[in-house]
Design a protein around this ligand. Structure first.
Ligand SMILES: [Zn+2]
Length: 153
């Protein structure tokens, strides 16, 4: 299964789109997202099977900023992973940024994208980092074989 999967990543026409992107795609990184996509797919299938049989339509996933997951690569890996009747299953990602909170002011301090504040701009206390590690399957929408839409949360 491993080598078959590898072929399907690099044989997939979408890799051209990814590699022409200014951000270089690291194959090791893609494999990381591939592993996550596969495990996610297994989990979804298992959940749906609890309700009988059906095809996946959409899943919603919370992905944290500090989870070391690239949403675009995960989307790509997901499309390469789902197959058969599930191949149209949409992956919706809720991006969860980490927040920086001051323990003294008890306020969440806004920060510029992709950078961290070292200390609280108001009182100079070191800031706490909260959240951002999410990798949570929030919702699975599937169509049961009797063709009626069902939602498992
Ligand atoms: Zn403060």
């Amino acid at each position: 299964m491993g080598s078959e999967l590898k072929n399907s990543i690099f044989g997939c026409p979408r890799i051209e789109f990814l590699s022409s992107d200014p951000v270089k795609v690291d194959p090791v990184k893609v494999m990381h997202e591939m592993g996550i996509a596969m495990s996610l797919y297994r989990t979804c299938r298992k959940e749906v099977e609890k309700y009988g049989s059906g095809r996946l339509q959409k899943i919603r996933l919370a992905v944290g900023e500090l989870s070391a997951i690239d949403p675009e690569l995960l989307r790509f890996a997901w499309e390469a992973t789902v197959d058969g009747p599930d191949s149209k299953c949409e992956l919706e990602i809720d991006w969860k940024p980490a927040v920086q909170q001051c323990p003294k002011c008890e306020e969440i301090k806004p920060r510029p994208d992709n950078s961290w504040l070292m200390i609280c701009p108001e009182c100079g206390s070191p800031l706490r980092v909260e959240g951002g590690y999410e990798l949570d399957l929030l919702q699975i929408t599937y169509l049961s074989d009797s063709e009626s839409g069902e939602t498992a949360s």
